[in-house]
Design a protein around this ligand. Structure first.
Ligand code: SAM
Length: 263
């Protein structure tokens, strides 16, 4: 039998499958017995959708407790996956960016969710200041709690609202690192970040795009960045420092991380 794909967030296992119900039920009862840390199993019944990037989840078996604490590299994230976006599959990407961040950087995270990128940076590089914007009030409430739980009150500064309205008001901040972890808005966000950032800074962009094979990743990304920023008309030199395929969203669509720097 082909495997059922799943993600584990705290004590909740989320299945992502279109298999018939009898196969799913056989799978969930054995998983619940096998994995002592899994207490609740849910089925994803929609794609991740809307600006808030939430997904519909159906309760299948186990405890009816949908709020959980997800532990990752020593950090703790409290959340309810029915109300907010969260993906445990991005854990390596969070650590990669936290590692690249220089201690003392002033970071702006346009799309912070419950805080996993902002907190990963603040914990690894304690002299950083991370300004974290979030639109979804449920995610923002968890962001506030996670800042406390992870003892980052002096380093992570939360803002509730639309990044496209808030960023232009942050005129006092000299930002040298921007995080744009929302492929859906990559174009508008990159244009705004480009205006806002100190021109020796770094932008960590996420995009999703058609990629036929991994070998054409670089050319796809360069074309996309050129198209958005219209390179030739800008004075600053933009360089693509790193391109990383985070994962395949479907057989031909890649979720891609791109690090851009300016000089
Ligand atoms: C793909 S999720 C990423 C969240 C977080 N960085 C993470 O990895 O878990 C994008 C987040 O951006 C928020 N969002 C969407 N549009 C926004 C906007 N215009 N301004 C601020 N936040 C926004 C969504 O509510 C969602 O929590």
């Amino acid at each position: 039998m082909k495997k059922i794909s799943f993600e584990i967030i705290g004590h909740i296992m989320i299945l992502c499958t279109e298999k018939p119900e009898n196969q799913i039920l056989a799978f969930v009862s054995s998983e619940l017995k096998k994995r002592k840390n899994v207490k609740t199993i849910m089925l994803q019944t929609s794609k991740v959708n809307g600006d808030r990037r939430t997904r519909d989840l159906k309760y299948l078996i186990g405890e009816k407790n949908f709020e959980t604490i997800h532990r990752e590299y020593g950090n703790k994230f409290l959340l309810n996956p029915m109300k907010t976006f969260f993906s445990s599959r991005l854990s390596y990407e969070r650590q990669r960016i936290a590692y690249l961040t220089k201690d003392g950087d002033t970071v702006l995270n346009f799309f912070s969710g419950v805080g996993p990128f902002s907190i990963a940076i603040a914990k690894k590089k304690p002299k950083c200041r991370v300004h974290s914007i979030e639109l979804n009030p449920n995610a923002y409430e968890y962001l506030l709690k996670n800042i406390k739980i992870n003892k980052c009150e002096d380093r992570v500064f939360p803002y509730l609202g639309d990044a496209f309205s808030i960023v232009p008001t942050l005129s006092d901040l000299v930002i040298n690192r921007v995080l744009l972890p929302l492929p859906l808005k990559s174009k508008e966000a990159l244009l705004l970040a480009y205006k806002k950032i100190n021109h020796e800074g770094t932008i960590h962009l996420q995009i999703s795009d058609h990629v036929k094979a991994k070998s054409e990743l670089t050319s796809v990304v360069i074309e996309k960045i050129k198209e958005i920023l219209n390179f030739s008309s800008k004075e600053a030199q933009i360089s693509v420092k790193e391109i990383r395929l985070i994962r395949w969203l479907s057989p031909r669509i890649g979720h891609i991380a791109v690090d851009l720097s300016f000089s």
